[in-house]
Design a protein around this ligand. Structure first.
Ligand code: CP
Length: 304
């Protein structure tokens, strides 16, 4: 693996290996001194052209826990403001000597295009509506830790699937590891032909909740209201919001995931976010371990 651009292109064995490595990294994170010398002398550039809290900080901590040096690049205050292109920006970072680039961009395909231009590994930290592969890894790890396996589980992905890079990466990852995936949401956000069997589309939240072992609740992007995909945030909540009452109709062991950031009171209520079935903070925690695994795989050699 030379770059890490999407889950769709990974084989099942690579996916399993990454999760196993992430499990070892999660053990490092339980230690009082969370630092190993694995990537000493290597450096990583976080290049984020879009806002991020979880992904950017998790990549930075992951690199530091592996003893790599980190450069954080954001557009503001950089030569992008003088008209420099994103391509010249990453070539400049490569010339400065960084060993890997972590990229988030609002346009699908930018990390892949960068990977074609650079000799160093490129890691996709979320590109447009295409993929968010490290998010899928942390979702897979969280589910595997809770259930001990992924094969045979039913995973419902609820909400704005159409525009969601998380939904795409999750769909590929959970399907590859043997889970059944149900996509649920209003027809405007989950068109019937969005996925092919065995992935199922439903416009009934009740049906999805009744079958799910795992419920991944997607963020409703507020601009979708202006674009006419949903009548209003209030109506979305009334029909599709995950409330305590709705969760009571799901299996008692159903696990709640959300990639964040959450719109509390829109797609998910506060008492579900903070409730006993929620693994949302565990997802965030696992975000560090999976990014350590990806950096290790790309910069530190094959996992043992
Ligand atoms: N899940 C996720 O990508 O969150 P951030 O936008 O905060 O990185």
């Amino acid at each position: 693996m030379e770059d890490f651009l999407g889950i769709a292109e990974l084989g099942t064995k690579t996916l399993q290996d990454l999760l196993d490595t992430a499990e070892s990294m999660a053990e490092v994170l339980t230690r009082r001194v969370k630092k190993v010398p694995t990537l000493r002398g290597r450096s990583v550039a976080n290049v984020f052209f879009e806002p991020s809290t979880r992904t950017r900080n998790a990549f930075e901590l992951a690199a530091k826990y592996l003893s790599a040096d980190v450069v954080n690049f954001t557009g503001g205050g950089s030569s992008l403001e003088k008209g420099e292109t994103v391509w010249d920006t990453v070539r400049t970072l490569e010339a400065l000597g960084v060993d890997a680039v972590v990229v988030r961009h609002r346009t699908s395909g930018v990390p892949e295009a960068m990977a074609r231009q650079l000799d160093i590994p490129v890691i996709n930290a979320g590109d447009g509506e295409h993929e968010h592969p490290t998010q899928a890894l942390l979702d897979l790890l969280t589910v595997r830790q809770r259930f001990g396996h992924i094969a045979g589980l039913t995973v419902a992905i609820v909400g704005d699937v159409l525009h969601s890079r998380v939904a795409r990466s999750d769909l590929y990852g959970f399907s590859a590891l043997g889970a059944r995936v149900i996509l649920a949401g209003p027809p405007s956000l989950v068109p019937e032909d969005l996925a092919e069997p065995p992935v199922r589309v439903t416009w009934s939240l009740e049906e999805a909740l009744a079958e799910a072992d795992v419920i991944q609740v997607l963020r409703i992007q507020r601009e979708r209201q202006q674009e006419g995909y949903i009548p209003s945030l209030q109506e979305y909540r009334a029909r599709w919001g995950i409330t305590r009452e709705r969760l009571a109709q799901a299996k008692p062991h159903a696990l709640i995931l959300h990639p964040g950031p959450q719109n509390r009171g829109v797609e998910i209520d506060s008492d579900v976010v903070d409730g006993s079935q929620s693994a949302i903070l565990r997802q965030v925690q696992n975000g560090v371990a999976v990014r350590m695994a990806v950096l290790y795989r790309l910069l530190g050699g094959e996992p043992e």
